[in-house]
Design a protein around this ligand. Structure first.
Ligand code: AMP
Ligand code: GLY
Length: 425
């Protein structure tokens, strides 16, 4: 079995490793990949993740048996449709189903139809409409660009002045390229990422995870793509997970099937768990980054079997995803300037030493003159495994401390909450 992974981040590195653990896998290719993935797969640095033509050509030339798509950008432009049309089995949603992530307006409409709990909202089509709306809402409130923004197109506003400034960012500066902005009720509670495999009909939850979105400790500073994660999550055992899947994932999968656009792949619900239960913050139609780096190392089931089953209508019936009891904590190492910018070309040291302690997956890395250098905002992920959250966390930080590069940014409080809860429940 020859697998092709599309993407070049930490998530894709974790997917490559999960595929390699399957007895069914003979060979793994990855486009574009990165400097670290190159050690685990044959990489194609010249093929961008959303270059559908080049991906289909590569899959055809190399006789790929299963393509697994990482990034949303590839999914919303229809890479799965194109691969399947060319006879290449592909794990992920169709272009139509990927609208659940590609358009927040679509996701809101679908949630309303399927009666899935979410924040109340209004759509703003112009700056003027926005100014009128922010003059009369309750604060804090939330403004979101409609469309893909790599986790950064969300602005939490404490008062009207901040909301006006956010409207400038969206409508005047056009920083996220959106023409529609969503104004949303601010939700209080605890965030949870619950990813599930879907086959158009059935929903198989993966282990829950928590993501740290802000750049600085204690959730300070701007939102990022994610600065760390851990799995499982105290308080969200099998019963709680089943309740969420029943209220959120199954109704969405049923509504998508009813529309004639069945959902296959990973449905990732970003949830706020508040006093009146879970509410959806957003849907993603793919594995989360960095949640995947903490979830997949714990997967005991065969990834190839699961991905293949999810491709078939109803193929997941009677199948579950099993996880090890070990805890996993992932710490992200980001480059100077992230999330506003990123620093490239800084030499990275200590990788081999870190890899002896924890699992190191690469994100924005490249090879330059025989050395591994930074090449993006999120550079590396270090995942520690252990029998309890404290052990997993210690391993992750012990390994992360062995790595250094100019301007390295790292949060110091990843999974601290889980450690505190498990030691004093
Ligand atoms: P999203 O990309 O929509 O998940 O938003 C990114 C982050 O912004 C979330 O993980 C939350 O931390 C925060 N956020 C988004 N929407 C809301 C909301 N309605 N209330 C409170 N926080 C939110
Ligand atoms: N960790 C957030 C995301 O993958 O969108």
């Amino acid at each position: 079995m020859k697998a092709l992974v599309i993407g070049g981040g930490g998530r894709e590195h974790a997917i490559v490793r999960a595929l390699r653990r399957s007895a069914a896998t003979d060979e793994v290719l990855c486009a574009p990949g990165n400097a670290g993935i190159a050690a685990d797969a044959e990489v194609f640095p010249a093929i961008a993740a959303d270059d559908v033509g080049a991906i289909v050509a590569l899959a055809g030339e190399r006789g790929v048996d299963l393509a697994v798509i990482g990034p949303e950008a590839a999914l919303v432009v229809g890479v799965v449709d194109a691969l399947e049309a060319a006879g290449v089995p592909a794990f992920g949603p169709s272009k139509a189903a990927a609208q659940l992530e590609g358009s927040k307006a679509f996701a809101k409409e679908l949630m309303e139809e399927a009666m899935v709990p979410t924040a109340s909202h209004v759509l703003l089509g112009s700056h003027e409409e926005g100014l009128a709306a922010v003059a009369s809402v309750a604060y804090p409130t939330v403004l979101k660009a409609d469309g893909l923004a790599a986790g950064k197109g969300v602005i939490l506003c404490a008062d009207e002045a901040e909301a006006r400034a956010a409207l400038d960012v969206f409508f005047t500066e056009r920083r996220f390229g959106a023409t529609t902005v969503v104004l949303e009720e601010f939700l209080y509670g605890e965030e949870l990422s619950l990813l599930a495999l879907c086959d158009g009909e059935n929903v198989v939850p993966l282990a829950p995870a928590q993501d740290y979105k802000r750049i600085f400790d204690d959730d300070q500073g701007p939102n990022t793509g994610g600065m760390g994660s851990y799995s499982p999550v105290p308080g969200f055992g099998a019963t709680a997970v089943e309740e969420i899947v029943e209220r959120v994932h199954r109704p969405v999968v049923a509504a998508m099937a009813e529309r004639g656009t069945p959902f296959h792949g990973v449905l990732y619900a970003g949830l706020m768990i508040g006093a009146d239960g879970p509410k959806v913050l957003e849907f993603n139609v793919r594995f989360g980054d960095p949640e995947t780096q903490a979830v997949l190392p714990r997967l005991r089931s065969d990834a190839v079997e699961l991905f293949r089953a999810a491709r078939e209508p109803g193929g997941l019936a009677g199948i579950g995803a099993e996880f090890e009891d070990d805890w996993a904590v992932t710490v992200v190492l980001a480059s100077a300037g992230y999330p506003e910018s990123s620093s490239k070309g800084d030499v990275i040291s200590g990788l081999a030493e870190a890899a002896r302690i924890a699992e190191v997956t690469h994100a924005g890395t490249a090879t330059q003159g025989g050395e591994i250098v930074t090449a993006g905002g999120r550079v590396l992920n270090v995942t520690g495994l252990g029998p309890d959250p404290a052990a997993a966390r210690d391993r992750a930080y012990d390994a992360a401390r062995r790595i250094s590069f100019e301007g390295m940014q790292i949060r110091g409080d990843i999974a601290a909450r889980a450690v505190a809860r498990v030691s004093s429940p």
